[in-house]
Design a binder for this molecule. Sequence first.
Ligand code: L34
Length: 284
Amino acid sequence: MSKIIDGKKIAQNIRMELKDEIKNLKKDGRVPGLTVVMVGNNPASETYVSMKEKAAEEIGINSRLIKKDEDISEKELLDLIDELNNDPAVDGILVQLPLPEHIDEKKVIESIVPDKDVDGFHPINTGRLFSGQEDSLRYEACTPLGIIRMLEREGIEIDGKNATIVGRSNIVGKPIAHLLLERHATVTICHSHTKDLKAETKRADIVVAAVGRAEMITGDMIKEGAVVIDVGINRIDGELLGDVEFESAKEVASRITPVPGGVGPMTIAMLMENTVKARKYHGV
Ligand code: L34
């Protein structure tokens, strides 16, 4: 077993399994439908959105990309979402973030009907996660869910482990804390006001770095044998760097995710998984 966790490979395996599942759904009457809405032309968003399109097409999801100009009004965008909410061919709606300044992101996210919110960002979905409702329909955010799938597939135990998360965003830090908690980890969330970050990461069996600051978690902050999950994607002088200083952390970690090729591809695979889940919920 390699020390480096191959997120690309795991994501590919998951996509192939979903492809078979979609074949069966097709026999059943209808393939899943995903609509991605992108506003403006942020280059990173362009990359991510085209990777999502490609993944969806490859496995037989009926995917559609709607691109809108940077100057679209909030009202126009909300009207578009309303249309998609009411379109029975659309199982999942994703509005790529960030949105331009003049548009209220929260308002847009809340306008998506929760049962089509394959990003898992709607307060109904985060609320169901945060209050531990496992039996009602609940979409979990793709990046945190991707981390969990990765740990599961690698046979990494979560129950009873000390998990330290660095970063408290709504998209990664908070939801991954709840997903780990639900699997019985002892969870610590660190942020900019944490007094002694190193003391917190050093006692962790699992470290999740999700701050968005290049290479800020160094090997000396990691306990010997810990599992290190790097969520950061920082573009520095044309190079892609994680939040973890890979070379030094690799020396002490038992398992570690690379950037690129770690969590990123898992995020996209989980979007596919959530879209299949949406199709099953909506029926034929
Ligand atoms: N609505 N907005 C919405 N949903 C999301 O789930 C996202 N995100 C984040 C940005 N905005 C969003 C993504 O999809 C970030 N993100 C994302 C997805 C995939 C990858 C990175 C970020 C990814 O696959 N990264 C590759 C490297 C790609 C490159 O060369 O830039 C990797 O191997 O990590």
